[in-house]
Ligand binder design. Structure first.
Ligand SMILES: C[S@@+](CC[C@H](N)C(=O)[O-])C[C@H]1O[C@@H](n2cnc3c(N)ncnc32)[C@H](O)[C@@H]1O
Length: 273
């Protein structure tokens, strides 16, 4: 890959997603773009860069971001967050709902990837909210991964790692052509809505604030000013006293932010803000 090609792709990806590709990512970019070259039938990276600049390249730009971004995720990733939700955040928010007369709890899985995070949040809420209404919004920049998330079909080997009673309660086993897969049951699926969103550009569709936001394992791809901007955007969407969960490798220690530290990778918007 030529310097000029890498620089072009790098600035385009930054402009579109704010993903910051350092020089160490050159090999990775080249490997991931191989797939796009084959899909678009172009002969070289130079031709691919030209294609990205041509009129009507919008769809390919979205494939480019898809190819570059990392979608790795799994159910109940960083389990301590779900334990905290179950033991602290949910009971506290239910108590506040009673006092402050909230009609429901709203949670946001920001950068949800293929949905495992949002459905893990949903399973935790379903088990600990009783009859109190709740809803989850889940967003990601990748159209492809959002389609997967909305379908909610997962390989058996990823679901079989969960406790058997959770699998029985929240998943349907596939038969025939769906053998070896599970689908999240409709009762849970209908509480989770997926939307396309670039976290640095827009906001989730509804303007109602959230009690809890998960924004995990995406900030590592951004530079520091972008991380600060993102934390500020997320904090604006929390109720006072609401919780922000970030990935365990994404401490906000070196960032300017107005949140309180609760536990490693768990932050809270001050109650009086
Ligand atoms: C590694 S996954 C994290 C999934 C999940 N939050 C977790 O922790 O398991 C990162 C996700 O961030 C998404 N992403 C990257 N840049 C984004 C942006 N600017 N806005 C929204 N999503 C973005 C990617 O498409 C990818 O699905």
């Amino acid at each position: 890959m030529r310097d000029s090609e890498f620089d072009f792709i790098r600035s385009l990806v930054y402009e579109r997603s704010r993903i910051n590709l350092g020089p160490d990512k050159r090999q990775l970019v080249s490997a991931r773009l191989g797939k796009r070259l084959r899909a678009t039938n172009v002969a070289s990276l130079g031709d691919y860069c030209a294609l990205l600049q041509s009129p009507g390249a919008e769809e390919e730009l979205s494939h480019l971001i898809d190819a570059i971004s990392t979608n790795h995720t799994f159910f109940f990733r960083e389990i301590a967050h779900f334990d905290f939700m179950r033991t602290v955040a949910i009971p506290e928010m239910l108590e506040r709902s009673r006092i402050e007369r909230w009609s429901r709890l709203r949670l946001w899985s920001a950068a949800s990837s293929s949905g495992e995070e949002a459905y893990s949040m949903a399973i935790t809420l379903a088990g600990h909210c009783g009859n109190f209404p709740w809803q989850i919004e889940a967003t990601d920049i990748s159209h492809r991964i959002l389609a997967k998330a909305a379908a909610a079909i997962y390989p058996a080997e990823t679901v079989d790692r969960l406790a058997p009673d959770l699998v029985r309660t929240y998943f349907q086993r596939g038969y025939g052509p769906q053998e070896g897969k599970y689908r999240v049951k409709p009762a849970l699926r209908e509480r989770v809505s997926f939307h396309h969103l670039n976290l640095l550009e827009g906001q989730p569709p509804s303007t109602e604030p959230f009690q809890i936001i998960f924004c995990r394992n995406v900030m590592i791809y951004f530079d520091r000013p972008t991380q600060e901007e993102l934390v500020e955007r997320l904090a604006r969407r929390l109720v006072p006293g609401g919780y922000l969960f970030v990935g365990h490798s994404e401490s906000l220690t070196h960032l300017r932010h107005g949140l309180q530290v609760v536990r490693p990778a768990i932050y809270r918007k001050p109650a009086n803000s």
